[in-house]
Design a protein around this ligand. Structure first.
Ligand code: FES
Ligand SMILES: [Fe+2]
Length: 408
């Protein structure tokens, strides 16, 4: 077809579109998937401490269904595969006892580490019971959260500490929830976790989505278009956002992601200083996740009060029309798809942070595949405390450009 003829027809229409689909190696979390194996090299919060009780609870983490409970005798939290190794009844219907959980079907009793303690129908309560094992995962409890390690046992790292949650001042409390964060949405988020995690390195959406579209959802400062820079850190990516507030003051806001799924996003309302909260974006499966947020504050209601509103209304009370006219993070991220078609994205100059995350994720996949540790794995107790640098810092306007006040 000659050029002259071609110009007579429309170009760029949807006809014959062939989507390229998701970047599955980054987004998928199940056993054996590339990033699923990266995720399995770290500890993950899988519940609040209060979620583990003498009543078995179904949870789903990294595409695996599991049963969480707490023994009656010494209160040990435990995480077992649901399918009883005898003949498959679910331990969800089991009874939690002093030492473990007893299957409802034939009464096999399992310890928190999956040892079979009793087979009541068998001679001698099971003469060979030590030969079988209910699959289990190691747990630890810290900061009001239950942490699981679901990776190769020989690769198990230390559970990190975070400097902002150590050495609390008088009157300060640790507060934890799994209710989601930011610009709206339910506690149980029903799309792929990576859409949320990448969003942490997308500071340009803040003045658009959270100001121009939602009305001033956070603060007046957040409505200003920032000057942004990004940098790799040893365990993730950091972004610095500069907003000139007036002739004498500049707001330097720092956000971070740390591998494999940690978000460091200071409250937009934080007046100044290092953030008092961080959060973990924990995939339940490829299209569902939860966010566990940990904060330190004198106000026990700090996290509850943090949730933003849309024209003064909480997200959950909006009508369908209001969701459309005042979209927030949930509407933007959920509408990217249950798993976004990343390979069809058109990344532009302001998507540098997203591109850096994806590049660093691919690097961790290669590290794990080659037998090395991915970023941020800690094996030495002398360095188990991670320094958090995110925050909002007010600096004099005379300190110019994106490294304004870097030393504070
Ligand atoms: S199926 Fe669990 S004891 Fe038989
Ligand atoms: Fe947002």
């Amino acid at each position: 077809m000659s050029e002259a003829v071609q110009e007579k027809f429309d170009t760029g229409t949807g006809y014959g579109l062939k989507p390229n689909g998701p970047l599955r190696h980054l987004a998928e979390v199940g056993p054996g998937t590339p990033y699923g194996e990266v995720l399995r090299r770290y500890w993950h919060p899988v519940g609040l401490s209060s979620d583990a009780t003498s009543r078995p609870r179904k949870i789903k983490v990294l595409g695996e269904e599991l049963i969480l409970f707490r023994t009656r005798k010494d209160g040990t939290a435990a995480l077992l595969h649901p399918r009883c190794i005898h003949r498959g009844a679910s331990l969800f219907y089991g009874a939690v006892e002093e030492e473990g959980i007893r299957c409802c079907y034939h009464g096999w009793l399992f310890s928190p580490e999956g040892q079979c303690l009793e087979q009541p129908c068998e001679p001698g309560l099971g003469l060979h019971r030590e030969k079988v094992r209910q699959p289990w995962y190691p747990l630890q409890e810290r900061y009001g959260l239950i942490w699981a390690y679901m990776g190769p046992p020989e690769k198990k790292p230390l559970l990190p500490r975070y400097d902002v949650f150590e050495d609390l001042a008088d009157g300060e409390h640790l507060i934890v929830n799994d209710a989601g964060v930011g610009g709206g949405g339910p506690a149980a988020l029903d799309f792929n976790w990576l859409q949320h995690w990448e969003n942490v390195m997308d500071p340009f959406h803040v003045p658009i989505l959270h100001a121009r579209f939602s009305g001033e959802q956070f603060t007046a400062e957040m409505a200003l278009m920032p000057e942004v820079s990004y940098e790799y850190t040893p365990n993730g990516v950091r972004s610095t956002q500069i907003r000139v507030l007036d002739e004498s003051r500049v707001l330097r806001r720092v956000t971070e992601v740390m591998f494999p799924n940690l978000r460091v996003v200071p409250s937009p309302k934080l007046a100044g200083g290092t953030t008092n909260m961080i959060g973990w974006v924990v995939p339940e499966d490829d299209s569902n996740f939860r966010i566990y947020t940990l904060a330190v504050s004198e106000d026990p209601e700090f996290l509850a009060k943090l949730r933003s509103t849309h024209d003064g209304k909480p997200w959950a009370t909006l009508t369908d029309d209001e969701h459309q006219s005042m979209p927030g993070d949930y509407e933007a991220q959920k509408s990217q798809g249950d798993i976004s078609f990343h390979a069809d994205d058109h990344l532009s100059t302001t998507d540098q942070g997203v591109a850096m995350i994806r590049r660093m994720m691919a690097k961790q996949i290669r590290a794990v595949e080659s037998g090395a540790d991915p970023a941020g794995i800690i094996r030495d107790a002398a360095v188990e405390t991670v320094a958090i640098t995110g925050g909002n810092f007010l600096v004099p306007a005379s300190s110019s450009s994106t490294d304004a006040g870097k030393d504070d």
